[in-house]
Write a protein of this length. Sequence first.
Length: 176
Amino acid sequence: MPEAVQEWVAQPRVAGWLKAEPALGGTNLAPYFTFSRDRLARLITAPKLSQEQQKLLADLQNDVDPVRVNAVTAVVELEDGALADLIPAMLNAAERDLNGDAAKSLREVAARRPEVATAMFDWLGKLPKAKWRGTFALRLATELKTDPRTRPLLEKWAERGNRDVKRQATRALGSL
């Protein structure tokens, strides 16, 4: 056993934890590690979600498109209460990367559920400039072009964003 592991095991709290019941020494724990560490970290922000909602949240962030698209469909079909619980976690996930899969899923759900669109536009209106992304502006103009809140948001980003955001938001405005 490596020295670092021996030192870790020798710590009183760790030693006590390792001796706790049930003994798992002979148990294959691999099936319990379904999610990678970064996927679990995404869910930590949503501790009050049901297990089903947490799975949906993870799938909305999945880089495998069929998994993500199926999750979008499932979220669109949620009852109002379950969706309302999920919206803050969706916004939080999207905020980490406006160019990522969570943001893509958020836009797709918002295009089909007005309450998600309302929450998304409110959130985008308060989002710090440092988080704005030009590609998000272009996609917003494509996916939510008929929403009356799209143009004012893009105008704001075209006026106040960094060079890339200004350029892309201006381009997006031209497509409305």
